[in-house]
Design a protein around this ligand. Structure first.
Ligand code: PNW
Length: 441
């Protein structure tokens, strides 16, 4: 079994969460966001559940930070809700700001390094109503939010990520229609694919100007496997790889987008998008990699661009139906270092699995999650041996939580949450990780 001593000195082990998925948006003057309205529309979310109560972390944060500490973790990846800090997208809510101020101090008191994410998807309704990420003005509003919250927290956080998972924000939300705002519109998607990076760039520019360092972005990657060796299936996997895995990192590090994706998106892009690439391409201090699974892609001739379809894979699957494929994590960590970021620090900012965990008294036995976690830690260790400068690993997630379109049904936590009583019960995976991270073995 791996332990912390198998990793370089100073490697950060932690767990990740996001504001809307755990806090409960019904408290503390938090404003409405596009997930509230999306969830209220039948058919979008399992049982039309929303994040209004979630894990009630807003009131139970001290206990939740204690759980991280008791598992011998070094860091905590959390997000600061735009709708809580600026309920109308523009005006600061002092109560919301004070909450994050306490939360960050609470981490420092417990010896946990705060890894902050600025946008983990709760677009204030006032801005969503004006077009959200399809509207260029939203990028400037986001930079203002970044500046305001960094004035308060910037001296104490270990790092700041601008955006969580641009692919989900742009493609999953505006082309596939699975997340808020639930659009299936290539023009909206093309604009969001670009504006989300412009928002990132404007925020980096603003925060650098304030003297802030430790700035990064969190990208998600999905291993794209062709169904067969045919030219058509290889094209299908290639175009999906360009949309999912190359668009954002190449926009940032190469100042341009991949031709295989522009082929479908270029006619719909905002005018003169090329003029924004210098802002988008500013230097980062670190890169976050989120990795869960792979998909198998086949050609779908005669259908609209990108003209691909998914084929079921043969590997064991999680409760999400996602194949378990740890080699994919090694692939992306080494690929990022080799093709894009060289020696820049890389963090695994999310990796985890949903499982139909069964609670039995005070015990939740989730051996499958323990195996999943240690297989991905082993893949990370191999990537380090192969030259990737990986400096940390955050398990998704600390708690069972609001899994977006899946409501509360899909459980990713190291800690079980009863969504009636809100009681927390650490699972066997939590205890296994705590043992691996003990410092005085
Ligand atoms: C990520 N996909 O979301 C998010 O950062 C988390 O908020 C979320 O809870 C976690 O992964 C588990 O899903 C994703 O469809 C959602 O490929 C969907 C996809 C990928 C990531």
């Amino acid at each position: 079994m791996l332990s912390r001593f198998d990793f370089p000195e100073g490697f950060v082990f932690g767990a990740a969460t996001a504001a809307y998925q755990i806090e409960g948006s019904g408290f503390g003057g938090c404003g409405p966001c596009h997930w509230d309205t999306f969830a209220a529309t039948p058919g979008n979310v399992v049982r039309a559940e929303d994040g209004s109560r979630a894990c009630d972390h807003y009131h139970r944060w001290g206990n939740d930070l204690d759980l991280l500490r008791a598992a011998n973790m070094d860091g905590y990846r959390f997000s600061t809700s735009w709708a809580r800090v600026m309920p109308d997208g523009v005006t600061v809510n002092p109560e919301g700001m004070a909450f994050y101020d306490r939360l960050v101090d609470g981490m420092l008191e417990r010896g946990l390094k705060p890894f902050q994410t600025l946008y983990h998807w709760e677009m204030p309704s006032a801005l969503a109503d004006k077009g959200g990420w399809t509207n260029r003005d939203t990028c400037h509003r986001f930079a203002d939010f970044a500046g305001k919250i960094t004035e308060v927290l910037g001296d104490r956080v270990a790092s700041i990520a601008t955006i969580n998972e641009p692919w989900c924000v742009a493609w999953l939300s505006h082309f596939l229609g699975v997340h808020a705002p639930g659009l299936r519109d290539i023009r909206a998607a093309s604009r969001a694919m670009h504006h989300i990076l412009l928002a990132h760039g404007l925020a980096v520019e603003r925060l650098r100007g304030m003297g802030q360092d430790n700035l990064g972005i969190v990208l998600n990657f999905d291993y794209c496997q062709p169904a067969t060796d045919s030219a058509g299936d290889r094209r299908a996997a290639g175009v999906q790889d360009a949309i999912f895995n190359r668009w954002f990192i190449e926009g940032i590090t190469k100042g341009t987008y991949p031709a295989e994706a522009l082929e479908g998106l270029a006619p719909h892009m905002p005018e003169n998008w090329q003029d924004d690439m210098a802002v988008i391409g500013q230097k980062l201090d670190w890169l976050g990699v989120n990795y869960y699974t792979r998909h198998i892609h086949a050609d779908a001739p005669g259908t609209a661009w990108p003209a691909t379809r998914d084929v079921a894979g043969p590997l064991d699957k999680t409760q999400m139906g996602w194949e378990i494929f740890p080699d994919g994590l090694h692939h992306f960590l080494t690929r990022m270092a080799r093709d894009y970021v060289g020696d820049l620090p890389i963090f695994v900012t999310e990796n985890g699995m949903a499982n139909a965990d069964v609670i039995n008294g005070a015990e939740v036995t989730d051996q499958v999650r323990t195996d999943f976690l240690f297989a991905h830690l082993a893949a990370t260790k191999r990537a380090i041996a192969d030259g990737a400068n990986v400096q940390g690993f955050f398990y998704w997630s600390l708690l069972d939580n609001y899994e977006w379109a899946e409501g509360y049904e899909k459980r990713f936590g190291l800690v079980h949450v009863d969504f009636d009583s809100l009681a927390r019960v650490p699972k066997s995976s939590y205890h296994a990780l705590a043992r691996a991270l003990a410092r005085n073995d």
